[in-house]
Design a protein around this ligand. Structure first.
Ligand SMILES: C[S@@+](CC[C@H](N)C(=O)[O-])C[C@H]1O[C@@H](n2cnc3c(N)ncnc32)[C@H](O)[C@@H]1O
Length: 272
């Protein structure tokens, strides 16, 4: 199971998630789908689908004869996805923990900016690999080391200023050991993928005040605001924008690593 805090955070973020999407989620989702390459009539599992940044382009590619199972734990995200994908009956949106998703035999499994939320990132990713048909393609997208971190640092400092507490530490996890291209390629091979290629998708966001604040309210960073009343959130916004401005940060690195491989035919055969 994923941590409930993240599910609540993504429920809260779901409407601003769409507004941030044009700058961030959609270009990354599109780039991932171009590399996983679902073809007409194929079956796709889109894990941690959010509001569909990669599931919707995948559904367009597979067409009416294909199928996309788009799975997210956040009911808010799935609600947004269902309205955005109203004209794509081949896209089936599900509220579920994809780390125990039972469907299998997919031609393509893709997970964009989600696996690092799994409580056990390696086991969760192995489960996703096992959902692909032997020889099926699996794509996993993560932030490259250092990407989007500046937003988190300035946000934690702003929350600390407003609440009079010490700044929270940046959360660390197993992702920190694999978020460079070579390490990520080896890690995916250890999860049961053959012929892994990692593509670096460079992206830099120009931080207008609107985009800078959407990075908070339209992403998992919104969790840092939980428990604050609207007036305090307004003060955090001011302190955060001021902190970014004073440090001269007008651009944010949002580069991702997109790892794609094929499910090894004879290893890790936990698939149904
Ligand atoms: C940063 S968002 C990315 C969403 C989407 N893939 C995109 O790129 O726009 C991460 C998503 O992963 C979802 N998530 C995290 N853990 C999950 C799990 N165990 N099962 C399903 N969804 C999960 C969250 O609810 C959130 O919507």
């Amino acid at each position: 199971m994923s941590d409930d805090r993240f599910v609540r955070a993504f429920d809260t973020a779901s409407s601003d998630f769409e507004r941030l999407g044009q700058y961030l989620w959609k270009p990354v989702g599109q780039a991932t789908v171009e590399l996983t390459g679902p073809a007409e009539g194929q079956r796709v599992l889109d894990a941690c689908c959010g509001n569909g940044a990669s599931a919707i382009p995948a559904a367009r590619r597979v067409g009416a004869q294909g199928l996309v199972d788009a799975v997210d734990m956040s009911a808010g995200m799935i609600g947004e996805l269902r309205s955005l994908a109203a004209g794509l009956p081949q896209l089936h949106a599900h509220v579920a923990d994809v780390a125990s998703w039972p469907g299998s035999g997919y031609d393509v499994v893709q997970a964009v900016l989600g696996v690092f939320f799994f409580p056990d990132m390696a086991a969760g990713t192995e489960h996703l690999v096992s959902r692909a048909a032997p020889g099926g393609r699996v794509g996993v997208t993560i932030w490259r080391r250092g990407a989007v971190e500046a937003a988190g640092t300035h946000l934690r400092d702003a929350v600390a200023t407003v609440t009079g507490t010490a700044p929270a530490k940046r959360p660390t996890g197993p992702i920190d050991a694999v978020n460079e291209a070579g390490a990520f390629r080896d890690w995916l091979a250890d999860r049961g993928l053959d012929d892994v290629a990692v593509t670096t998708h460079e992206l830099r966001l120009h931080l207008t005040p609107e985009v800078a604040w959407l990075l908070v309210t339209g992403s998992g960073y919104v969790a840092a605001l939980s428990g604050l009343d609207p007036a305090a959130i307004g003060r955090v916004r001011e302190a955060y924008l001021d902190s970014l401005y004073r440090s001269g940060t007008d651009e944010l690195d949002a580069t991702t690593l997109i790892g794609v491989g094929t499910r090894a035919v004879s290893r890790r055969s936990s698939a149904g």
